[in-house]
Design a protein around this ligand. Structure first.
Ligand SMILES: Nc1nc2c(ncn2[C@@H]2O[C@H](COP(=O)(O)OP(=O)(O)OP(=O)(O)O)[C@@H](O)[C@H]2O)c(=O)[nH]1
Ligand SMILES: [Mg+2]
Length: 201
């Protein structure tokens, strides 16, 4: 018996729906890092790990579509309800049993993220798997059963906004990763420079 989820059974979702306020209000996914838009760096790392990739954005939708990706907007794109609104759009669109999210601003995400989270899901009775690095949960990187879509819809409807508040309502497997740089995310123009200097390719 193999304790793995087939790659084809996972839809990847790049989360690029935020305001980027700490970056001056720009679309973070389109900011260049090592010569490419951040969200494209994420796409390169995520694509081999999943069967299909979707992208969630509320601005510059045509630019992202030009990359050949289906683009999902939040149900209420003007409200900026946070990443869970992106999770829900992904869950509603995905036709596979599992959805794996990754933010557009973490270009060094682990190349074995789906494999390790997937193995943890299979080996437990959990419905969600989250990575932890340097002792901190990284809930924006979330592998979940697609059948949680109605439950998440109800959580958002009732005003819930925090990923960890939602995941805490379901059995969740936690997977420790050693490489803390892998989850570094870029929030400010300074971060763009610093992450390039600190971490070799
Ligand atoms: N769909 C959707 N995604 C969001 C929203 N807000 C944040 N995100 C995503 O959640 C992830 C983490 O958010 P942050 O790093 O805080 O990004 P941000 O909100 O664009 O940046 P700040 O405005 O500076 O906080 C990123 O992948 C964002 O794109 C939202 O309202 N809707
Ligand atoms: Mg934010």
């Amino acid at each position: 018996m193999s304790h793995a989820i087939a790659v084809a059974d996972i839809t990847g979702l790049i989360l690029a729906g935020g305001r980027g306020s700490r970056m001056g209000g720009v679309d973070k996914g389109l900011q260049p890092w090592r010569g490419q838009p951040l969200a494209r760096q994420v796409l390169q790392r995520l694509r081999p790990q999943v069967g299909t990739v979707l992208l969630n954005a509320n601005r510059h939708v045509e630019v992202y579509r030009g990359w050949g990706l289906p683009v999902l907007t939040d149900a209420a794109p003007d409200e900026f309800s946070g990443p869970l609104a992106g999770f829900l759009a992904g869950l509603q669109a995905c036709v596979t049993p599992y959805l794996l999210t990754a933010p557009c601003d973490s270009p060094l995400l682990p190349t074995d993220l789906a494999a390790r989270l997937g193995a943890a899901l299979m080996e437990s009775s959990a419905r969600i798997a989250l990575p932890r690095a340097g002792g901190r949960l990284q809930p924006v990187f979330c592998l979940m059963e697609a059948s949680l879509r109605d439950d998440l819809g109800a959580f958002l409807q009732s005003g819930g906004r925090k990923i960890e508040h939602w995941t805490a309502q379901h059995p969740t497997a936690i997977v420790d990763f050693d490489d803390t740089h892998a989850f570094e995310n870029i929030n400010t123009p300074d971060d763009l420079q610093r992450l390039d200097a600190d971490v070799s390719p």
